[in-house]
Write a protein that binds this ligand. Sequence first.
Ligand SMILES: O=C(O)CCC(=O)C(=O)O
Ligand SMILES: [Fe+2]
Length: 392
Amino acid sequence: MRLNLTAVSSPSPIHCQLEKMIATHVSKPKKVDKKKRRCLAIIKADYNVTESETPTIFLAILNAGLCNGLTEETLLAKATAHGKVSQVLMLASKSYCFLKCASIADAESIFLAMHNVSTIGQHGAVCYLSYVTGIPQLEAVENDWNKPLPKGLILLTDFITEEEESALLKAIGNDSRSNEGNMKNRRVKHFGYEFVYGSNNVDSTKPLECRIPTACDFLWPRFRQAAAENDLQGLDWTQPDQLTVNEYEPGHGIPPHVDTHSAFLDPILSLSLESDVVMEFRRGSECTPLLLLRRSLLVMSGEARFDWMHGIRPRHLDWLPTATVSLTMEPRRKRTSLTFRRLRRGPCHCQFPTLCDTHQSTAPKLLMDTLAKQARYTSYTLAKSFRLFTQL
Ligand SMILES: O=C(O)CCC(=O)C(=O)O
Ligand SMILES: [Fe+2]
């Protein structure tokens, strides 16, 4: 809503103060026009997207984007308060972004409410909006979702049925023997051996009384059957002896990490229960997302297990590509994952020294902290707000 300040003839001190506050944010029409023209020229050069004189369902936010710290969550919180949004397009290293609205009326209402009003620009500056003729096509956008998966990363979908999922959740939930803990951003339970987060390792001399629940036994032949069906017999499918259960509420996540090389063998298996989530795989500045579907089994082997970190951003929404264009928003729901591993009893002999605690001769915890810190400075396509925690 715009305030008509000129209507007041002799301004009161409060009015003056208000005017001063607003004047620091809202730009004068001439300045707005100049800035808009400059930004529109950049968008035209980058993606051949042009301004529309008349309202359309497409809005460009001209001076706020990932590159100056705007996140999808912030943008959506502002925009959806005024109209329905069907797609958001945030672009890596760009100071602009796009909204596709559900209707022209929604676009008009968002435009009126946000243009030269919403302080979502850098350092609280107001943003400028423009109707545009379309938004860049996904194919034309450098997008993480088009990248190939790390080698050795396999997702076996519909790995268990809904009935099996319910039975597993019941058995895990009812198992009062488990070794439980509350992490900063999730709840964990351990079976077989405890994973000690302080040292990022297990004590192989101290097996827990609570072994992996027998409700999981149907999985062992299923692993071998899946291996045969998917040409994965080259991997070691011996029965796991360690299980970590992670329970994530919406907004929860797990920081980028590699499961300690010297603690566990190859592969690492993770079964997703209750809901989907986007997991990110990172190696240096590379970052590849993967949608872990509910009831799927994630197999991290070889390069994907040893040379890439994996993590889940602590957020309430995930962004997924649609069949047509751009990204769609998926609110997070509670997710439980069962990560099955086999203990390694000796040093790691992998070919991937970068993240290997055996090769690096650095304590696993220290190595992980250093890598997590480094990861903070690499670029993300979808958001820059992933908080990193030094504790897994
Ligand atoms: O939640 C998941 O699927 C992965 C959990 C994980 O990476 C871990 O516990 O090390
Ligand atoms: Fe992990």
